[in-house]
Design a protein around this ligand. Structure first.
Ligand code: SAM
Ligand code: SF4
Ligand code: SF4
Length: 338
């Protein structure tokens, strides 16, 4: 096995694969309806990596020591026959863990097939339990009840379930405690996510971010918390446990407490571009190589070169200047997933 480290000595450990740039939601912080309207040009089918191509890439990444794969999007469950892809990835020797991030609307339908195919874990995004606020957050596309049914079904078939809640000031911060209470009762791990300046479409302002410390303070008043150690080096969420040991919560604090020094994630967009940072402005085309290179040599060399040259630490360096430099040119979150 040939491990690679980047310029900051960070190994390549995790791979996130976006399987579609399409979504049935229009979350205001990700794919606002004003930008992703009826005329938006999504990727045509032939530009999207096939399951064979994705499997081939997974094999190459495993050769660099990657063991964990996360499937994302857009909304991954919109990709036809997704369980078949999970099955293929599960069959790759060296893959130890397959997870998926989803908005949960189609989870009830596919949970069993995904589990049978080898999926171990799902992170389900849910920003509010209040129907009106949820509709406002998701562009009036999906109901709380549907997502909750998806979560229940996933747990029932034996998938490990976490809940992701993006917190946006003035939009859903009033739901922080209600979400904590509800999911503590269900014993599902809830992870609050600081609203990030990904992409160019969401009109992000620092003032709209609810900081980790404020989130924790609110949850503490509901039920006292204590910090617990990360499960492994580089875990993105800081973890807390309720003092009554009922369950755990996490906060992903990309804005107020960044974690670039341990970032070991590579991302592949649905069209097969390799990105080494969520806030990158350009990717490296692997699809072209997949479609001409017969024995993977060029693909391996390309990934190795890109990773060895990597210096990304956008969140550590986020300031007026770095934000201005990348204005209008960052990759959209719906292209590379979270
Ligand atoms: N559609 C799926 C979903 O929503 O779970 C998967 C893709 S979505 C891009 C992955 C994750 O990114 C979701 O948990 C979503 O809430 C989060 N996300 C999207 N835009 C964000 C932003 N501006 N700041 C923080 N998190 C964001
Ligand atoms: Fe779709 Fe997920 Fe983005 Fe919401 S966060 S618009 S569900 S891709
Ligand atoms: Fe990794 Fe880029 Fe996020 Fe830093 S800003 S943690 S380098 S994805």
């Amino acid at each position: 096995m040939k491990h690679v480290v980047d310029q900051l000595q960070r190994p390549l450990r995790d791979l996130r694969i976006s399987v579609t740039d399409r979504c049935n939601f229009r979350c205001s912080y990700c794919m606002p309806a004003e930008v992703f309207g009826p005329d938006y040009a999504f990727l045509p089918h032939e530009k999207i990596l096939s399951f064979e191509e994705i499997e081939r890439l997974v094999k190459v990444f495993v050769g660099f020591g990657v063991q964990k794969i996360r499937i994302t999007g857009g909304e991954p469950l919109l990709r036809k026959d997704l369980p078949q892809l999970i099955k293929r990835i599960h069959g790759v020797e060296g893959v130890e863990d397959i997870a998926m991030t989803t908005n949960g609307t189609l989870l009830k339908k596919y949970a069993q097939a995904l589990k049978d195919a080898g999926l171990a874990r799902v992170s389900v995004s849910l920003d509010s339990l209040d129907e009106d606020r949820f509709l406002e957050m998701n562009g009036r596309r999906g109901k709380v009840k549907t997502v909750l049914e998806g979560i229940e079904k996933a747990a029932q078939v034996g998938l490990q379930v976490k809940i992701n809640m993006v917190v946006k000031k003035g939009k859903n911060e009033q739901d922080i405690v209600q979400m904590a209470e509800f999911f503590k009762g269900k014993q599902h791990i809830l992870r609050y996510i600081e609203y990030m300046d990904v992409g160019n479409s969401n009109g992000w302002r620092l003032d709209d971010v609810v900081a980790k410390k404020d989130i924790i303070e609110q949850v503490n008043t509901f039920s006292p918390l204590e910090a617990i150690a990360p499960n492994y080096k580089g875990e993105v969420a800081s973890r807390f446990e309720y003092q009554d040991k009922k369950t755990e919560i996490g906060v992903i604090s990309s804005v107020t407490e960044s974690f670039c020094s341990t970032c070991s994630r590579a991302r592949i967009s649905a069209e097969g571009k390799l990105y080494t940072c969520l806030f990158a402005t350009k990717g490296t085309d692997l699809r072209e190589l997949l479609r001409v290179d017969e024995d993977d040599t060029a693909i391996k060399n390309c990934i190795s070169t890109v990773w060895k040259e990597r210096k990304d630490r956008y969140s550590d360096e986020r300031n007026e200047q770095t934000m201005a430099e990348r204005k209008k040119s960052k990759i959209e979150m719906s292209h590379i997933g979270g």
